[in-house]
Design a protein around this ligand. Structure first.
Ligand SMILES: C[S@@+](CC[C@H](N)C(=O)[O-])C[C@H]1O[C@@H](n2cnc3c(N)ncnc32)[C@H](O)[C@@H]1O
Length: 325
């Protein structure tokens, strides 16, 4: 009887202490948020890190501590918080995103794409994988831009120079000639960002290249994976680059005439492919055999020298500009 009463007292005391910790964590979190908004990052970090100590199972405290640590120039500390966040809430993509940003630093792929568009000033642009239209909207008139996506979720209306086809890229190329949609012109610049399984990206590349010129450029998103889990064929997390990396290995091996560079831009790299050959039939004629060969490559193949095997290139605009001719 006495033991049970002591047990109840202990549990009651523990619950009260936890409630008090949660209350204090909430106060630090609110103060940290206000300081972050005011740009007082060092002070904000002190509050978020205290909140994370008081509420070690609260993902929002850990994420804020990680982000603000990164913003105050403490990437290693930020990565530690990302690790803790992943251990308590593996499903959240915030830690992956931050880790990807810390890995490369510098400009995000959309900023790099905006620069490329501005430098190349293509007459025509084709994008595979539109989603909300964020990248498609970067394309300004007079460039004629088409996007292809079976389930576009456009965040707003498109400009007059932008048009979306709500179908898969395979269906698009099976039934249409993109030149008919582009004033009879070839594709000057293309962006592959559709289905993130290797064989889809392989067909997208082969289909686009047919309608390019030798001076065109094909960009491929998400070729430089963050880790094995997010580089698998099946999507398990929100953050997912899939196995597009296999396409780079394939192109390097069987199309050595191509100039392939993966710009080290967050979250998972942007390949810039040039010296295209619109007359090449190799990829289309050997599709099944190439799929078999590269689907058999395990992620471990990359691990000893991912940068070398995937032609990683600095995210330095002067150097990227020079790639574009
Ligand atoms: C990562 S999102 C594209 C993001 C967009 N490019 C951006 O940067 O703002 C990928 C999109 O590919 C689309 N998609 C999936 N399978 C596809 C397919 N077979 N052909 C074309 N698009 C596809 C999805 O519907 C999704 O909207």
């Amino acid at each position: 009887m006495l033991l049970r009463a002591l047990g109840d007292l202990f549990r009651g005391g523990k619950a009260a202490a936890q409630t008090e910790s949660a209350r204090l964590a909430g106060e630090h979190f609110a103060r940290g948020s206000a300081k972050r908004r005011a740009g007082r990052l060092t002070e904000a970090f002190a509050d978020f890190s205290r909140a994370a100590e008081l509420a070690p199972d609260d993902p929002k405290c850990l994420l804020q501590a990680a982000e603000v640590a990164y913003l105050t120039g403490e990437p290693q500390l930020a990565l530690e918080y990302c690790g803790r966040l992943r251990s308590i809430a593996p499903e959240l993509e915030g830690a992956d995103m931050l880790q990807a940003q810390i890995r490369f630093g510098g400009e995000h792929y959309l900023q790099v794409m905006a620069r490329i568009l501005d430098a190349v000033r293509p007459r025509t642009y084709v994008e595979i994988g539109v989603e909300r239209g964020t990248s498609l909207r970067l394309v300004q008139a007079p460039t004629l831009a088409i996007g292809i996506d079976p389930e576009p979720q456009l965040a707003g209306p498109l400009a007059a120079n932008q048009k979306v086809f709500a179908e898969t890229s395979d269906a698009f190329f099976a039934s249409r000639d993109p030149r008919a949609e582009l004033g009879g012109l070839p594709i000057d610049l293309a962006f592959i960002d559709g289905m993130h399984q290797f064989e889809f990206a392989l067909r997208d590349f082969a289909n686009l290249e047919r309608f390019c010129t030798r001076d065109s450029t094909i960009l491929i998103d998400d070729c430089y994976p963050l880790n094995r889990e997010t580089a698998e064929r099946d999507r398990r997390r929100t953050f997912w680059s899939g196995d597009i990396w296999r396409l780079i290995l394939l192109l390097k091996k069987y199309r050595p005439e191509l100039a392939i560079h993966i710009v080290a831009t967050a979250p998972t790299g942007l390949a810039v492919v040039r010296r295209l050959d619109p007359d090449s039939r190799f990829l289309r004629e050997h599709h099944d055999r190439l799929c078999r060969e590269f689907l058999a490559v395990d992620y471990a193949f990359l691990e000893d020298d991912m940068a070398g095997k995937l032609n990683l290139f600095p995210n330095d605009w002067g150097k990227i500009r020079a790639l574009l001719g």
